[in-house]
Write a protein that binds this ligand. Structure first.
Ligand SMILES: [Zn+2]
Length: 315
């Protein structure tokens, strides 16, 4: 009985906020070798659901409200974020966000905008999906048969997980070796098809979409010398500020798991004028949450699973 009462009280008092995290919004068939997308139909249902049942605010608004424990957060508040800067944000997500008048924050990897270069994990995905070889010999990563789609997907996951552990130089060296071994030519313009342009970013920014920094090249910051990490953070902020002519105050840690950021990284963010940072830890935000460790709820790989995750917050 006491337990039921305290559980009810904690639910009533918790005033939790959901920050939702998306990456790609597209049909799977469009670029099957890239990050698994949320399909536009599901994104529409989820944004409509949030619009009807939640107060959707910007990340900046949440950041201003959070540090004041005497100003409780409104219940059923949500924030929408989209990582990395895929072009399908402009093509598929932006019209849906506009339709419902829902604000969102996008975290583009600035070194890729307008360059035509694929994100490093997409390079890996592209060559493993496109290679005509039946077997790939990857040295210390072993020899892999590529008989089925599942084989290819498994190998992409293995290689990406392994490369995340390396320094940027070692990572890029191994990717170039993989590209050579796979005997696949990556078309020069494929990054342009897949990654946002500055014109698209500016247009969205004029119409309710905010932008935050997500580094220049998407390294795991704690695996870099501190000065290199600082440059990744400071340069991405400066580039966005120059292109958008406004102050950038929100940050998203690449990979975003515990261990992918630390006190030194947070100090850099604070001294560079960032007011908050989001992680990939799956949890709701409460008034006592550290502004530089804002957890996020994964957007869907299906509307029902999305609703289930959000309903955990229903009181
Ligand atoms: Zn990212």
């Amino acid at each position: 009985m006491l337990h039921a009462y305290s559980s009810l009280m904690s639910r009533l008092l918790k005033r939790q906020v959901a920050i939702i995290m998306y990456h790609r919004i597209d049909m799977v068939a469009n670029h099957p070798w890239s990050t698994t997308p949320t399909i536009p139909q599901d994104f529409d249902r989820e944004i409509k659901y949030l619009h009807q049942r939640y107060r959707v605010i910007s990340l900046d608004e949440l950041t201003s409200a959070l540090p004041d424990p005497d100003r409780p957060l409104a219940p059923k508040t949500a924030v929408v974020t989209i990582d990395d800067g895929y072009r399908d944000i402009y093509v598929n997500a932006y019209p849906i966000l506009k339709k419902y008048g829902v604000p969102a924050t996008v975290f583009p990897v600035t070194g890729h905008i307008g360059t035509g270069n694929l994100f490093w994990w997409d390079k890996v995905g592209y060559v493993i999906w496109k290679t005509k070889l039946k077997t790939l010999e990857l040295g210390e990563l072993g020899t892999h048969r590529l008989a089925s789609v599942d084989d290819r997907q498994r190998l992409v996951n293995t290689v990406v997980a392994r490369l995340k552990q390396l320094s940027v130089n070692n990572r890029d060296e191994l990717i170039e070796r993989l590209v050579t071994l796979s005997e696949v030519d990556i078309p020069l313009n494929i990054g342009e098809q897949l990654v946002l342009s500055w014109d698209e970013i500016r247009e969205m920014n004029r119409n309710g979409v905010s932008f935050g920094a997500h580094t220049v090249s998407h390294p795991i910051l704690t695996r870099l010398p501190l000065e290199t990490a600082r440059k990744e953070i400071v340069d991405s902020k400066q580039h966005l500020e120059e292109e958008l002519d406004q102050e950038i105050t929100t940050f998203c840690y690449p990979n975003g798991k515990p261990g992918d950021f630390n006190d030194d990284i947070v100090e850099i963010l604070k001294s560079d004028g960032f007011r908050c940072a989001v992680t990939s830890s799956p949890a709701f935000v409460s008034p006592s949450t550290n502004l530089y460790e804002l957890p996020r709820i994964l957007g869907s790989s299906g509307f029902d699973s999305f609703k289930l995750r959000m309903c955990l917050d229903d009181s």
